[in-house]
Ligand binder design. Structure first.
Ligand SMILES: Nc1ncnc2c1ncn2[C@@H]1O[C@H](COP(=O)(O)OP(=O)(O)OP(=O)(O)O)[C@@H](O)[C@H]1O
Length: 929
């Protein structure tokens, strides 16, 4: 068996020598190993081939055959340098390799060979420069040589051709070796003992049984969500109608359903079904069959992942993503190989449509606009129009090839209907504002509207309506009530400007007490994300605020900073060791991907992001979304999408919106649009951090809140304004260095006393010194790095402050009276960035921001970066108005710095202590759960 295996490898490795035959002895296992390494298949595949009695011969590069493999050698023999090929005949009778269609030819070859050589050992030698097919080849029996007759040669040529055919067939088989394995897997999935109940719900939608099996077995989905069942039924219905020639093949749909209701699978299921049921397999060389457009790269990556999971058993359906930030060259290479389902951002897709010849779009059957409204908001409208236009042209071309030429000649209207019959367009989002209407008009033809309403999963459009093929467009721009998932608990909190940062850390710290806490915090600018990221990762909370109820350590230890919550590498951040991540559009794509995937996989963590994370992301176990800065564009809609990152698919989740007291009306605006937000007390939130701490027993809530605020504010301000304190680790290192130094100097002193001063230092001393030097060097490096980070923190604080003011001016016209910059106390606002500056300094900061144009915040949202910091350059007129209001604001600010009372803490007196205490407990339990 092993010989045969080597033999197969040997044959397969017959490549070098440009026409030279290779001897069996000269091509032992190592040759085969090289062949492995050359990427011709796994060891498993090799064994599989060997077990199928693989014998093959490759044609040489010049088209000549190097040798003729012979089949009747019982063992391997070598004779000097002659090139000999043997095979163990005893194993020949086993099943041959190749597809069923190729097997007869293979048997024929073997039969002929057996007849020819009668089972004797045979050797063919080749002389240099001669083809083995010339009559110089000779048989050798024993010691003598014998020339082969013409008849034998003719027969051999025939064999050779047959072997060549077989080789090519084998090479095909090799290319699809994975097919076999995956087919086995698909077969296994089909045959796996699933109960009827597991697949019944999907089968009831008339989905392919292996797809239903895969959904249940591999993806764990046994029932479709309401939106999935509506979409699939509508699609199936239309397809059935097509088969009975009532409708054309295309089905256009507007799919609207609340966040986390499973819309991704809703549009992927029809795609998978369509690609699976056809008689002839789709080939990757056919080019794209489905295109899914998403507004952000993270969403594209996520959709790609879901599509891959869904289509995993059917490897010939290739899923791939192309998006901004990735290398064009490698994308081109993937496109050249063929991608069946393309997930892409619009800008990059258009780029490839214009510049990549190998991108074949003639057979596109599905075009999906995921988060359609966001695609429009981000300014992709032109790109999308162009994509649709080009796809339409391709579709017409494709139809022309199928005898649809008449449609091309009969005018644009006909072209739109007839020429596109092969493509279905889906427009998908949880919200459908007016901007989507333009997209629907551009890309959709007579769409079916699947609008899911209500929190109970009931859809507005009944099954009966669908069955009667009623196409209902219920999109009424701008006036829809917003629907949040029923299990989403929505809160808002009125927080004084100067307490915002403290309140943020409190909420996250409370949350960090849970073992599985995952939270997402939304900011209005990249600078703000960067600042808070650096701050949360590097500033340590004072020991009193690290207290965790239920953790067994004494108050004394806490106060002295030696308890479990007081040191250790994992606790060296504001959130006591909970990892912090960030994503925004100004990050390098690689970093962005890394952060996104790390956060996805993390059990606990905090993700700080701009609105780049607001749409479509499905992050497992996310339990809190915190909108630190309210959205500035299309506020209610964006609020809902941000909040909807949690409480998905029936899971519980919390959302919390921070508002300044002057913005309280915004909560009412959201409530008017159908969202149920409850207020939580800021003071209760602050006090909750110290509730239950025995060191602060007996203090009122007000006192607790004040303690937390004061302590935390001091820590933050000192970190930002004075630089980061040396970390515990480096302090420890520093102490060790000092100790080492001291010890060695003491020893030196001792030595000095004993010696005459010329004795070289002992080995031990040298080691100690080296260690001390190394520790000191690494300690210095740490301190330097920390100092640099401190400077960076200060710089970022100023930029983040500027960016906040700038972003504030970009709120939508409809809500500008709520988000009015004049109402903000700039001095207090600055403190929420850890800045303790005089009004004059703040004024110059704001002006600097304006004059420099703050490249990071002034950039325009564009197709390639997909960033939307909400601080895009306002128009000239509004910029002027903005400048005016800013100078007034500074006056207000200057005045307010000295005269405004601490409204937040005074408010504590207005409520009953018991009630507030209850609130605080609730906050503590809700946010820490
Ligand atoms: N049939 C199903 N059964 C159980 N879970 C499902 C099912 N279909 C989808 N899911 C899960 O539901 C979650 C949300 O799905 P998805 O991301 O598609 O929601 P969505 O409606 O697109 O949300 P958004 O509007 O925020 O983009 C995912 O984690 C997905 O795995």
């Amino acid at each position: 068996m092993a010989d045969t295996f080597d033999f197969a490898l040997n044959l397969a490795g017959l490549e070098d020598g440009g026409g030279q035959a290779v001897s069996a002895g000269a091509a032992p296992k190592s040759a085969g190993d090289d062949w492995f390494r050359a990427g011709h298949g796994s060891y498993k595949k090799q064994k599989w081939r060997a077990s199928k009695r693989l014998r093959l011969q490759r044609p040489a590069a010049d088209g000549h055959q190097d040798h003729v493999p012979q089949t009747n050698g019982a063992e391997e023999k070598q004779d000097g340098d002659s090139d000999v090929l043997y095979e163990d005949r005893t194993q020949r009778a086993k099943a041959p390799l190749g597809t069923r269609a190729e097997r007869p030819a293979r048997y024929e070859v073997q039969l002929e060979k057996r007849q020819l050589h009668g089972g004797r050992k045979r050797r063919i030698e080749q002389e240099d420069g001669h083809s083995p097919l010339q009559p110089v080849a000779r048989h050798k029996h024993g010691r003598g040589h014998q020339y082969v007759s013409d008849a034998d040669l003719a027969l051999e040529k025939k064999q050779l051709d047959a072997v060549n055919d077989f080789v090519h067939a084998h090479q095909r088989a090799e290319r699809t070796a994975d097919d076999h394995e995956d087919e086995d897997e698909a077969q296994r999935i089909k045959l796996s003992p699933l109960t009827e109940n597991d697949t019944a719900a999907f089968l009831a939608l008339n989905l392919n049984s292996s797809l239903a099996g895969h959904l249940a077995r591999r993806m764990g989905f046994t029932e479709p969500t309401p939106v999935q069942s509506s979409v699939v039924r509508a699609y199936m219905h239309a397809i059935h109608a097509h088969e009975s020639r009532i409708l054309s093949r295309r089905v256009d749909m507007i799919i609207r359903s609340e966040t986390g209701s499973g819309k991704t699978l809703a549009y992927l299921l029809p795609i998978a079904e369509a690609l699976l049921i056809r008689r002839k397999r789709v080939e990757r060389s056919d080019g794209a069959r489905a295109i899914i457009l998403t507004p952000t790269r993270e969403l594209a990556a996520q959709v790609e992942m879901v599509a891959r999971q869904l289509l995993h058993p059917w490897h010939w359906i290739v899923v791939g993503s192309i998006m901004g930030g990735e290398r064009r060259k490698s994308e081109k290479a993937r496109i050249r190989k063929g991608i069946t389902v393309i997930v892409s951002t619009p800008g990059r897709l258009l780029d490839h449509m214009e510049n990549t010849q190998s991108l074949s779009l003639k057979l596109v059957e599905f075009l999906v606009f995921d988060e359609a409204d966001r695609l429009m908001d981000l300014g992709f409208e032109d790109a999308i129009r162009e994509i649709v236009r080009q796809l339409d042209l391709y579709a017409v071309e494709g139809d022309k090839g199928e005898g649809g030429g008449a449609a091309v000649q009969s005018g644009a209207a006909t072209r739109k209907v007839e020429g596109l019959k092969r493509r279905s367009n889906f427009l998908v989002s949880a919200t459908m504002p007016g901007s989507v209407k333009h997209l629907a008009d551009t890309a959709l033809h007579n769409p079916i509207s699947i609008v899911m309403g209500g929190t109970d999963g009931q859809h507005l459009q009944t099954a009966a309506q669908l069955e009667e093929e009623e196409k209902v467009v219920t999109d009424t721009p701008g006036t829809q009530a917003l629907r949040a998932p029923a299990q989403l608990r929505q809160h808002f909190c009125l927080v004084e400007a100067k307490h915002r940062l403290v309140a943020l850390i409190c909420v996250l710290r409370l949350r960090s007490r849970s073992a599985f806490a995952k939270s997402m915090v939304f900011f209005s600018s990249c600078d703000s994300v960067d600042f808070h990221y650096l701050l949360l990762r590097n500033v340590e909370l004072p020991p009193v605020l690290r207290y965790d109820k239920g953790v067994d350590f004494g108050v004394d230890k806490l106060k002295s900073g030696t308890g479990p919550g007081s040191s250790g590498a994992s606790l060296q951040n504001s959130l006591c060791g909970v990892p912090v991540f960030k994503i925004h559009g100004q990050m390098v794509q690689e970093e962005r991907n890394r952060a996104f995937h790390a956060f996805r996989l993390a059990k606990r963590g905090v993700l700080l992001c701009t609105d780049v994370g607001a749409r479509g992301l499905d992050l497992p176990h996310l339990s809190l979304t915190l909108q630190y800065d309210p959205p500035t564009k299309d506020e209610s809609v964006e609020y809902l999408h941000r909040a909807g990152r949690t409480a998905r698919i029936g899971m519980q989740g919390d959302s919390l919106l921070f508002l300044l007291p002057s913005e309280a009306e915004y909560a009412r605006v959201l409530q008017q649009r159908g969202l149920e937000l409850k207020e939580v007390s800021c003071d209760a939130t602050l006090a909750a951090l110290l509730l239950g701490n025995p060191a602060y027993e007996g203090l009122s809530l007000g006192q607790l809140a004040r303690t937390v605020t004061r302590t935390m504010q001091e820590t933050i301000s000192s970190a930002v304004e004075k630089g980061l304190q040396p970390s515990k680790v480096s302090r420890q290192g520093y102490d060790e260095t000092q100790k080492n130094k001291h010890e060695s100097s003491v020893r030196e002193g001792e030595d000095d006393e004993d010696s005459d001063g010329e004795t070289p230092p002992s080995r031990q001393e040298k080691v100690t010194d080296a260690k001390a030097l190394a520790t000191s060097a690494s300690n210095d490096a740490l301190q330097k790095e920390r100092a640099a980070r401190g400077q960076e923190l200060r710089r970022l604080a100023a930029s983040a402050f500027r960016a906040y003011v700038r972003a504030y001016a970009t709120h939508a016209r409809a809500t500008r009276h709520i988000f009015n910059i004049k109402g903000i106390h700039l001095g207090h606002l600055a403190r929420s960035f850890g800045l303790n500056r005089s009004p004059a300094e703040l004024d110059s900061l704001v002006k600097q921001g304006r004059s420099s144009g703050s490249s990071r915040t002034h950039h325009k949202a564009n197709a390639n970066t997909n960033e939307h910091t909400h601080v895009d350059s306002p128009g000239a007129a509004s910029a002027k108005a903005d400048r005016k209001s800013s100078s007034r604001m500074m006056k207000i600010g200057d005045h307010a710095v000295t005269s405004l009372p601490d409204a937040s803490l005074n408010k504590l007196g207005a409520r009953g202590e018991a009630r507030r205490r209850r609130d605080a407990r609730r906050m503590a339990s809700e946010f820490a759960s």
